[in-house]
Design a protein around this ligand. Structure first.
Ligand SMILES: NC(=O)c1ccc[n+]([C@@H]2O[C@H](COP(=O)([O-])OP(=O)(O)OC[C@H]3O[C@@H](n4cnc5c(N)ncnc54)[C@H](O)[C@@H]3O)[C@@H](O)[C@H]2O)c1
Length: 314
């Protein structure tokens, strides 16, 4: 049995609690949130896990083997470094950190600690993005001509994520929150991203995050990458990760839906039913037992942060 401690019990922390509780070989033994009522309620709902309001106490709890860090980005650095000092396995929410310097320090410390260090980049475990990646490898689109990421939000922060940080410039914004997932996918599927030129639309209020981005970059072989995003627009939320190739187009939309077509054809839905989705908790358990696993570690988080920080440069 692997004993889990969770720090940060907000929107995403709660989402992963469900996945942890579904795994027969893990038990959540401790939870922590600076909001005492939230820590207590969550502990009760888990049938008597230990509740903490200070992360240091949870990390020091001898029962805990693996710690999931789901606090807002600017707290990842201090908390994860403390976990690594205690030589415990760690799963960290994305983005790895809130600056490149922090991310590098965390990556170096993780390598030295010799523990499992993983990031929660859920696209990698879903059928849609997996099939997108497989079809690119099988040359469904031929040779890539252009890669495009489009992120449109009627409202940012979104209705389900009304907190005190995701709308602020310091550690929020959709480039950081949403863009980082697709930066990681780009690095994984298409390789290095270079020559980043970015133009942000920023509100007059310096505390508030970007409302738009137009950025261009290149893959290692010079293939252009276009990143464009806008919030406070009419219509529905739309996230498109689109690969235009010499023979066709493939588009991963709204996180999991695939559409594709050959040149001259319509874009049609492509089902990913043949792909068996993986689960991050299964992979974490394998890694903690020393088995081969599919995890995206702090090196992946650090490399994504390098691009992320270029994009959010003001
Ligand atoms: N992987 C994904 O798909 C995904 C999706 C959304 C958010 N996230 C990431 O998850 C993290 C959390 O996001 P969220 O939307 O759940 O935020 P949230 O604000 O809803 O929750 C964060 C929680 O952490 C607590 N907290 C803050 N500082 C703390 C501290 N020092 N010690 C203990 N508790 C503390 C807060 O009280 C709050 O309950 C962020 O890094 C975010 O980028 C990941």
């Amino acid at each position: 049995m692997i004993h889990i401690g969770i720090i940060g019990l907000g929107a995403i922390g709660q989402r992963l609690i469900k996945q942890f509780t579904e795994h027969p070989e893990v038990e959540i033994v401790a939870v922590c949130d600076q909001l005492e009522s939230l820590a207590n309620e969550t502990a009760v709902s888990l049938g008597g896990a230990q509740a903490y309001t200070h992360y240091e106490s949870l990390i020091a709890d001898e029962k805990v083997d693996l710690i999931y860090v789901a606090v807002p980005p600017k707290f990842h650095h201090a908390i994860v470094l403390e976990v690594l000092r205690a030589k415990k396995h760690v799963l960290c929410e994305k983005p790895l950190a809130n600056s490149l310097e922090e991310a590098q320090e965390m990556y170096e410390a993780a390598k030295e600690a010799g523990v499992v260090h993983a990031m929660n980049f859920p696209l990698n475990y879903g059928p849609g993005a997996t099939k997108f990646s497989d079809m690119i490898a099988e040359k469904y689109i031929g040779e890539l001509r252009r890669l495009q990421l489009t992120m449109h939000f009627p409202q940012w922060p979104r209705a389900w994520q009304q907190n005190d940080w995701v709308g602020k410039r310091e550690q929020g914004g959709f480039v950081l929150e949403v863009g980082v997932h697709f930066i990681q996918q780009t690095l994984k599927i298409f390789g290095n991203i270079k020559n980043i030129q970015t133009r942000l639309e920023l509100p007059v209020d310096r505390e508030k995050c970007e409302t738009g981005i137009i950025a261009t970059a290149e893959l290692e072989d010079g293939t252009p990458v276009l990143i464009e995003g806008l919030s406070q627009v009419a219509g529905e939320e739309y996230i498109g990760f689109i690969a235009y190739g010499s023979e066709g187009t493939l588009s991963l939309e709204n996180w999991g839906q695939l559409r594709g077509g050959k040149i001259g054809e319509e874009l049609k839905p492509i089902l990913a039913e043949d792909v068996i989705p993986n689960k991050i908790i299964d992979e974490l358990v394998k890694a903690a037992k020393g088995e081969v696993s599919e995890l995206y570690d702090f090196e992946v988080g650090y490399k994504a942060q390098r691009v992320l920080e270029e994009l959010r440069k003001i």
